[in-house]
Design a protein around this ligand. Structure first.
Ligand SMILES: O=C(O)CCC(=O)C(=O)O
Ligand SMILES: [Fe+2]
Length: 363
């Protein structure tokens, strides 16, 4: 969900499909004989590329197929049913975004989507904690009532997978297994999107930007994409690596909070999605496992043998990383959804821009 304006591979960077992301099987963590090896593999994969495939999550093919079916059904609705829940109506950045209405690095993203968080009432507005505005009710499509229970079940399942993975990471990093738990214990600000990228021949643009190069702003992302729908590319040493979807697997990537927590040992990797080829619209379902809005990231005291790899957080002046999750998320939301920001949060946006210009980071 973070749409950070970041340095990315050069415009003419090579796209490689000959290298594959590592595949990790989470069920190995349940087997006392294999758990330590799993954690070593996890650390290796997340330090080297910052992206990997995850199998063995317990999410079934039937659950996935049902969510994919409903996602397709939502996007097939008449535009009027979709814009009835447009995000611009929500000060909490929830609801439907039309094609081209989200921006990354100031350019439109050629995708449509719904943003859905945990269903909670709006928080009182606070000057000290302006990110409270990110909590509030969702907008559900009246024309597709079956969507809500299926999404809520998906969120509940992936929340468990996210926590499990964070605990394995904690242990792999020589920490107490539960070091990250407090940040997620009350009201984690998770976010789910259902997304559709129309194919190039249906767009009135020659842009290839499905979503522009960015990092995700939370701890980790669990992304489902149906097999046969390429387009996601991952920055690997200045080239773009194709993250081709794999049957039965999630694509997992590291967000900015894990980069901050590990002083850069784990890197939030830049990625983008290309507009699909003619005739091949693509859908995707990213789930962002984010902590409580007011949680401060615990900065880990890493064991000596890992410290050498913890080379510092990337503080790009166009994309500062903040140590309070809500602040880091608000930065991304203000920037990516300009229509919502201008309608509901113009004053905050002006303050924010001044602050960003001064390069002031609380991280
Ligand atoms: O659609 C995808 O494959 C990835 C989307 C993404 O990176 C995001 O929404 O943050
Ligand atoms: Fe992303």
């Amino acid at each position: 969900m973070g749409y950070a304006a970041v340095d990315a591979p050069a415009p003419d960077a090579q796209v490689r499909s000959d290298l594959e992301l590592p595949i990790l099987d989470l069920s190995r963590a349940d087997d006392p004989e294999q758990a330590a090896a799993f954690r070593r593999d996890l650390l290796g994969a997340s330090h080297e590329v910052g992206f990997f495939y995850l199998t063995g999550t317990g999410v079934t093919a039937a659950e996935t197929a049902e969510l994919v079916r409903l996602t397709e059904a939502f996007f097939a609705l008449p535009l009027a049913d979709k814009v009835a829940i447009e995000m611009v109506n929500s000060p909490h950045y929830r609801g439907y975004t039309q094609l081209g209405n989200e921006t990354t690095r100031g350019e439109p993203d050629w995708r449509e989507q719904i943003d859905i968080g945990p269903e909670r009432p709006a928080l009182p507005r606070s000057e000290a904690e302006p990110w409270n505005l990110l909590q509030g009710p969702n907008q559900w499509p009246a024309a597709l009532p079956e969507l809500r229970p299926v999404i809520e079940a998906w969120q509940a399942k992936l929340e468990k997978v996210g926590l499990r993975l964070l605990r394995e990471w904690a242990e792999a990093l020589g920490q107490d297994r539960h070091v990250f738990d407090p940040a997620f214990a009350t009201d984690p600000a998770t976010l789910l999107k259902i997304v559709r990228y129309p194919s190039a021949d249906t767009l009135e643009t020659t842009s290839t930007q499905g979503v522009g190069p960015h990092k995700d702003s939370g701890f980790l992302t669990l992304l489902y994409v149906p097999p046969g729908q390429p387009g996601l590319q991952v920055d690997y040493r200045g080239q773009w690596l194709e993250a081709t979807p794999l049957e039965g697997a999630f694509v997992v990537n590291i967000g900015e909070m894990l980069e901050v927590a590990t002083n850069g040992l784990l890197k939030a990797t830049v990625h983008r999605v290309q507009v699909p080829d003619p005739g091949r619209a693509r859908i995707s379902i990213p789930y962002f496992y984010n902590p409580n809005l007011s949680a401060r990231v615990p900065i880990l005291d890493l064991p000596e043998e890992l410290q050498a790899y913890a080379t510092g957080v990337t503080q790009d002046e166009k994309n500062l990383l903040f140590g309070t999750y809500g602040e880091n998320a608000l930065k991304s939301r203000l920037r990516a959804h300009r229509d919502v920001t201008e309608r509901h949060h113009a004053a905050l946006d002006a303050q924010w821009s001044a602050r960003q210009r001064q390069g002031f980071a609380s991280a």
